[in-house]
Design a protein around this ligand. Structure first.
Ligand SMILES: C=C(O[C@@H]1C=C(C(=O)O)C=C[C@H]1O)C(=O)O
Length: 372
């Protein structure tokens, strides 16, 4: 065995010990989660997290290690703790108590996420999706054939246009349970929601602000649309009570305007970034070799956006009545930037950056500590 092999053997051994310790930590974290549940305490404890990270920094410093490395490592470990504790809490509390929920469109990616989420809480989920069935759940081909009054709740997780059709059909059937949709844009489903309200159905509208690969809801937001039925809204909110997701309430009218920026603008920017790179041809590949920190991060975000469902992303742009305004604002900004550069107008360029800085730094620091 060469010297290099020998040293790597030793390193393998250390890595194994390290992972065994992480496993022990996770096991303790699970136990702590259960104790906190019994005590009626929330999952997340920011004060304790601060202590854990500060302590890790101090210990690292004493050991001659980089405190930033220790802090980054522990932020990652805490993230893992929260994921375990949140999942555990959902399962332990079993808020669903076997109550039946019908998930129309559950075979889509977000539908599947919802099915697992409800299942973890002990709801009895039936999936109705003409696009296919989902293993581990009761699947029906045709929800119209069901007795809808059997369901405590009906969740519509179909593509946006299909969602409106389903909501309109549900309004005709006027089921006794709570009905809600999870569309990313609400204007196209307004007729369906309004028909349900008019039919006296307990209706609300929800928008989970995260993608289907999300495991930990800490740091995520869920929007609830008040359609005048507090009971429906509270039932929808209750689905997220045992998670760390932040809940926000909005009027239907406010939702799409906000989403034109939050989703529309950020998606558009990343799609355009990817497209601009793709169009620059073979040079794009070589760019990797000279990547900067900003470029690497931007490529990371744009790459994540590029992997999302393009049909859903089209819906988010095309069906939001405010999209054109935000896209025009983006186009104006790019045109202005181009002009300042072409004209060598330093003053205008600096002004533009300063305006952005003033806006962006006026926001309070993200307090979830997940940004590392
Ligand atoms: C383990 C706990 O739960 C969470 C996880 C922590 C950790 O991994 O160190 C710290 C604080 C909590 O947000 C705890 O409350 O002690």
């Amino acid at each position: 065995m060469t010297k290099l092999d020998e040293l790597r053997e030793q390193l393998n051994e250390i890595d194994e010990q390290f992972l065994r310790l992480v496993q022990k930590r996770q096991a303790l974290v699970e136990e702590i989660g259960q104790v906190k549940q019994k005590m009626g305490r929330g999952t997340r404890d920011f004060g304790r997290e601060k202590v854990v990270i500060e302590r890790a920094r101090g210990l690292a410093d004493d050991l001659g290690l980089d405190p930033d490395l220790a802090a980054a490592l522990f932020r990652q470990l805490i993230q893992a703790s929260l994921t375990v504790q949140e999942r555990d809490r959902l399962e332990q509390r079993g808020t669903g108590g076997g109550r039946p929920v019908l998930l129309i469109g559950g075979a889509g990616r977000m539908g599947k996420w919802f099915a697992d989420f409800l299942d973890a809480q002990g709801y009895n989920v039936t999936i109705a999706d003409p696009a296919g069935s989902v293993d581990g759940f009761e699947n029906v081909d045709d929800w119209q054939a069901l007795d809808l009054d059997d369901f405590y709740m009906i969740v519509v997780a179909a593509p946006i246009r299909a969602t409106n059709r389903v909501l309109l059909e549900l309004a005709e059937r006027a089921p006794s349970g709570v009905v809600l949709d999870i569309s990313s844009v609400k204007e196209p489903v307004r007729p369906g929601l309004e028909a349900l309200v008019a039919a006296g159905v307990s209706t609300t509208s929800v928008h989970p602000m995260f993608g289907p690969s999300t495991e930990l809801l800490s740091g995520s937001h869920v929007i609830f649309i008040d359609l005048g039925d507090r009971q429906a809204l509270d039932a929808a909110r209750a689905l997220f009570d045992d998670t760390m997701a932040a809940k926000a309430e909005m009027k239907l009218e406010q939702h799409d305007r906000a989403m034109a920026f939050v989703l529309g603008l950020s998606h558009a920017l990343n799609i355009a970034f990817g497209d601009a790179l793709a169009q620059s041809g073979p040079r794009a590949e070589r760019l990797d070799e000279v990547s900067s920190t900003t470029f690497a991060r931007q490529v990371g975000v744009a790459g994540e956006v590029a992997r999302e469902n393009p049909y859903l992303y089209f819906e988010i742009q095309a069906f939001n009545p405010y999209s054109d305004e935000t896209l025009a604002a983006l186009a104006d900004s790019v045109a202005h930037l181009r002009e300042t550069v072409a004209n060598g107008d330093e003053e205008a360029f600096v002004e533009m950056m300063e305006r952005g800085r003033e806006f962006l730094t006026a926001r309070p620091e993200a307090s979830d500590g997940n940004s590392g």
